[in-house]
Design a protein around this ligand. Structure first.
Ligand code: FES
Length: 111
């Protein structure tokens, strides 16, 4: 029996990844080299694990369609679908464009 036989398989933003049994989602992401998976609301600064004990809420992810889960507290299970928000934010219109009534498509042209 090899270590791969015990590996837990999951996806992160559509990428197939594996981790060791018993890891949290946050630990599994860091083990796979993913250190930031969401951005702050105002400036989009990257966030991932910070406190690691469920206090700071920096590590929020969507797990199997349930949003706002703390990655540092959720035990990873085989087949989990984990999503961050950095990929979602990449094409999102700037909130100032939307509140001013600007067409998000025309704002895209000025970037
Ligand atoms: S890293 Fe702080 S709540 Fe998860």
């Amino acid at each position: 029996m090899s270590a791969l036989d015990d590996a837990v398989r999951f996806t992160f933003d559509g990428r197939d990844l594996t981790a060791a049994p018993g890891q949290t989602v946050g630990a599994a992401l860091v083990t796979n080299g993913v250190t930031a998976w969401r951005g702050t609301r105002k400036e989009g600064r990257p966030r991932g694990l910070f406190c690691g004990i469920g206090v700071c809420f920096d590590c929020l992810v969507t797990v199997d369609g349930v949003s706002n889960q703390r990655a540092c507290l959720v035990d990873l299970c085989d087949g989990m679908e984990v999503r961050g928000s950095l990929a979602d934010d990449a094409g999102a219109p700037d909130s100032s464009d939307v509140s001013a009534g600007a067409d998000p498509d025309s704002a895209e042209e000025t970037r």
